[in-house]
Design a protein around this ligand. Structure first.
Ligand code: PLP
Length: 385
């Protein structure tokens, strides 16, 4: 019997990387030593103080719902963080705690998009966004980006693509899969563009804190047409806790609250208490030490990958990804990733996971494993290229 899925389900694509991960796990079960460069999360576990705070919250009976918008003290702590680290005054009332950036992205799109609205997304870009757009019966529109513009859309491209059905532009900085960071001038240009068009800009700052050459800016409070999504997953090393946040224009908060109450009721309470501990100065110091380690890994790969025939053509300055042009080695990156996994037990993500544009000639390397392992991975890559 065929399953009676809603028609939108035909648009929902699985992450290729998950299939690859399953294959890698199967090889590991056979005793193969797989080097993971496909995983989009740091190898570090959550800082001990964060874990302790989560456990303490559970022991103290903090196991009930919080309000849908989140713990007031966590919202205030995040507001203080913007003030201290970005010199940006933010009213804690405009911060919404969400179940990961994923929860924030869905909450925002559900409250913003009407059926038939168009949403501009970069290709390559974070694959789930296009699926979320389909969930709300809106239409994703790809804007092809490449190394020549640091993988961000040019104003000309936006002008050419935007029409009266467009409502939202989504930009991530630092970006996945490229690790590029928006310049302050580009950010300002996007804000002007959106204000002129009377549309909305969603800036996904989930990799904020992971910048290696210059600190990134925040788009928070730059316009009442800008929403910012962030998360405890990446810089804070808390992927499995499922907690993030959104900063929204104040007039949207009542509606977001109403919707959050219905969709997920509240974000995990122990995760919220754990996240509170993440802003202690000694924890932030620990996180910055981790960032320094990630920078070393990036520098190591930046120097080594071109010697193997991978072309970069840009400098990834954030997140923990390098999006490498592999056309000198293969024009079928998916098949290349499969072969690399099966023959050499190195897992990387093929470009097809992030869109269509030049996808067959790109692979994403995640430097979410130790330098010694990266070194081994390069030796194995050498054997195959
Ligand atoms: C650009 C981007 N946005 C959002 C997410 C979702 O992250 P989470 O729900 O763990 O906060 C990810 C995860 O990899 C991502 O890369």
């Amino acid at each position: 019997m065929s399953i009676d899925f809603a028609s939108r389900m035909k648009h929902i694509k699985p992450f290729q990387v998950m299939a690859l991960l399953a294959q890698a796990k199967a090889l590991e079960a056979q005793g193969r030593d797989v080097i993971h460069m496909e995983v989009g999360e740091p190898d570090f576990t959550s800082p001990q103080a964060v874990v302790d705070a989560g456990i303490a919250a559970l022991r103290q009976g903090k196991t009930h719902y919080t309000s849908a918008l989140g713990l007031p003290e966590l919202r205030q702590t995040i507001a203080d963080y913007y003030d201290k680290h970005f010199a940006q005054k933010v009213d804690a009332e405009t911060i919404v705690i969400t179940p990961g950036a994923s929860g924030g992205l869905q909450l925002l799109m559900a409250s913003l998009l009407n059926p038939g609205d168009k949403v501009l997304l970069t290709d390559p870009g974070y694959p789930a966004n296009r699926n979320f757009v389909h969930l709300y019966s809106a239409e994703p529109v790809s804007v092809a980006v490449d190394a020549s513009n640091n993988f961000f859309p040019s104003l000309e491209q936006l002008e050419q693509t935007w029409d009266e059905r467009c409502k939202l532009l989504i930009i991530a900085s630092p970006a996945n899969p490229t690790g590029t960071v928006l310049s302050s001038q580009q950010l300002q240009q996007y804000i002007h563009f959106i204000e002129n068009k009377q549309g909305y800009l969603l800036v996904d700052e989930i990799y904020q804190g992971l910048e290696y050459d210059q600190a990134s800016e925040t788009a928070v409070k730059r316009s009442d047409r800008v929403f910012v999504i962030n998360s405890f997953s990446k810089y804070f090393g808390m992927t499995g806790w499922r907690i993030g946040w959104m900063v929204a224009p104040s007039e949207w908060i009542e509606g977001l609250d109403r919707l959050a109450q219905n969709i997920y009721l509240a974000t995990s309470t122990p995760a919220q208490y754990a996240a509170l501990a993440a802003f202690a100065p000694e924890v932030l110091q620990e996180l910055n030490t981790r960032r320094d380690e990630l920078k070393k890994r990036r520098d190591f790969l930046l120097q080594a990958l071109p010697q193997l025939g991978f072309e970069l053509g840009y400098k990834p300055t954030g997140a923990f990804y390098i999006y490498a042009d592999c056309r000198a080695i293969t024009t079928d990156s998916f098949q290349f990733a499969q072969r690399l996994l099966i023959e050499q037990a190195v897992a990387v993500t093929p470009g097809v996971d992030f869109g269509n544009y030049q996808a067959n000639t790109h692979v994403r390397f995640a430097y979410t494993t130790k330098i010694e392992r990266l070194q081994q991975a390069l030796e194995r890559l050498q054997a195959i290229v």
